[in-house]
Design a protein around this ligand. Sequence first.
Ligand SMILES: *Cc1c(COP(=O)(O)O)cnc(C)c1O
Length: 230
Amino acid sequence: MTPDFKALDKIVNTIAVNLAATRRAIAEAAIAAGRDPAGVRLIAVSKFHDGAAVQAAMAAGQYCFGENRVQEAAEKFAALRTPELELHLIGPLQTNKAEAAVRLFDVIQTLDRAKLAAALAKAIQKTGRHPRLYVEINSGHEAQKAGIAPEALDDFLRLCRDAYALTVSGLMCIPPQTDDPAPHFRLLKDLADRHALPHISMGMSADFTQAIACGATEVRIGTAIFGARA
Ligand SMILES: *Cc1c(COP(=O)(O)O)cnc(C)c1O
């Protein structure tokens, strides 16, 4: 079958245009907040989008990606490994996939329970690989959502350090869909500062400018770059 070059061109173009607009909006939000735009990293969330979409983003200079599932990311990025690639796991991680995740990802943003801390510590020892680890905070205390409650973070960080010798270097949150996200972003920033954690992952397509105003150092943006997910 002859590839549909016209259709491919259109995808490549659309993603390049979306990326440029997103980068500009990130820079404007940073400057408006009196921050250095270089202090905000763009994670392009490529979940549910195929390798062609990722390649189009790479062609436009984007090498930092977020994925929700270990298996999907492993398949998609197997042929797309470049030295510049930085892969973030932003979805829930089962303990039986901890080793695969440690081998594949540069950053695991969803450390959310003691059992997973134990599994990650074991996988790190076994593989000799040390992905950056962020704790996911359930800032809205939502029953259906993963994450450590804000008031339990002190104890959880102590457990990670003392029981599992894990270095945590950041926090991430996904505010409740129906809330104004700003108070959740401010809470995450406050928690990160209190524990001297340099990485603050918050803000998605709909609310990243607010997240940047509140101190995000990483924004996770899918739809605004790749379009709606199937
Ligand atoms: C899907 C997802 C995103 C991206 O969301 P968009 O609204 O498409 O930008 C960001 N963070 C997490 C944790 C996600 O699951």
